[in-house]
Ligand binder design. Structure first.
Ligand code: ATP
Length: 300
């Protein structure tokens, strides 16, 4: 499971990213970070603005000593690439994200972003440059506009409206009782799940990070909303390095690179087509999902 609990307001509180506009990210962290055990090194520096080149070199990790979770993970994501992460439940997909965002320190190996070792930089500056959109959208009990502005300090209303249009939000927002001034009660209970997801995607666009983490964001939504969400996600990913945790392999078919994780190891990697042709682990995963889906449809 992904570890982004409330601490991640910066990055997105309870399962959704997004930087604060009116409250500084640093303050949010100090209020909400439940994992103070990860401390910046003495002399840690700001992560310089990155292009999104991510490298894992022989990374080993265990949550508790004696039970190794990730084993010798090495991979590279070039700026702008979409990297799919797949594999059975418990394989270690979320763990890779938890250590990239440095919610845990690794046992050995190196993680670099644009050549900067993430252990040498301030956590806050690292997390500011990584956006996350996860299954359970997080919204503040505030107006729609303020929720969008949380994306980035200083985002203007015009910019937020333009991005909302781009992210297929504008139409439903203008239909709300007070449009952009409508207050989202209880973090958005007056919106549908799909609308909440669209809003958090828009907010991530406003934050404009170079690196994105996406957990499959479409469940329990109607087909039209799902299409809107997929389109908005595609726009969001343009030009950014994205790590997509796939529960349905169809969401990563177009990835530049797919990493297949099993029991903490990268057991296969390549594009969808390459691995389908290789008829290995990925092929088996894909076929089993496909068969599952067909029998679901037949029984509907
Ligand atoms: P899923 O698809 O079910 O979300 P995943 O591939 O993302 O699974 P992870 O959540 O990364 O899997 O879990 C990998 C392993 O690490 C599992 O064996 C899990 O039990 C273990 N694990 C995850 N979080 C913790 C934690 N906080 N403390 C100890 N062990 C953990």
């Amino acid at each position: 499971t992904l570890l982004f609990v409330l601490p991640m307001l910066t990055i997105f509180a309870n399962y959704n990213y997004i930087l604060s506009a009116s409250v500084s990210a640093g303050r949010i962290f100090s209020i909400l970070d439940e994992k103070p055990d990860i401390v910046d090194r003495p002399g840690a520096v700001e992560l310089k603005p990155v292009k999104g080149h991510v490298v894992f070199k022989d990374v080993n990790f265990s949550y508790v000593s004696g039970r190794q979770i990730l084993k010798n993970n090495s991979f590279e994501a070039l700026p702008g690439q979409k990297i799919g992460l797949c594999g059975p439940t418990g394989a270690g997909k979320s763990t890779i994200i938890n250590i990239l965002t440095r919610y845990y320190d690794i046992d050995s190996g190196i993680i670099e972003i644009d050549g900067q070792n993430i252990y040498d930089v301030k956590q806050e500056s690292l997390r500011k440059q990584i956006g996350v959109v996860l299954q359970e959208p997080f919204l503040f009990s505030d107006t729609v506009m303020n929720n969008l502005k949380y994306g980035r300090d200083g985002a203007s209303e015009d910019e937020c409206t333009a991005v909302a249009k781009d992210a297929n939000c504008h139409e439903f927002i203008t239909r709300l009782p007070k449009g952009y001034d409508t207050i989202l009660s209880d973090g958005g209970s007056n919106l549908s799940q799909g609308q909440r997801q669209l809003l958090t995607i828009a907010r991530a666009m406003i934050a404009d990070p170079r690196i994105l983490i996406l957990d499959e964001a479409t469940s329990n939504v109607d087909t039209r909303t799902e299409k809107n969400i997929q389109a908005a996600l595609r726009k969001l990913q343009e030009g950014r390095t994205s790590f997509v945790i796939a529960h349905r392999l169809s969401t990563i078919k177009d990835a530049h690179k797919i990493l297949v994780i099993n029991q903490g190891e990268i057991v296969e990697r390549g594009t969808h087509d390459e691995m389908m042709a290789a008829k290995g682990f990925y092929y088996d995963l894909y076929m089993s999902q496909f068969k599952g889906r067909v029998s679901e449809i037949l029984s509907e």
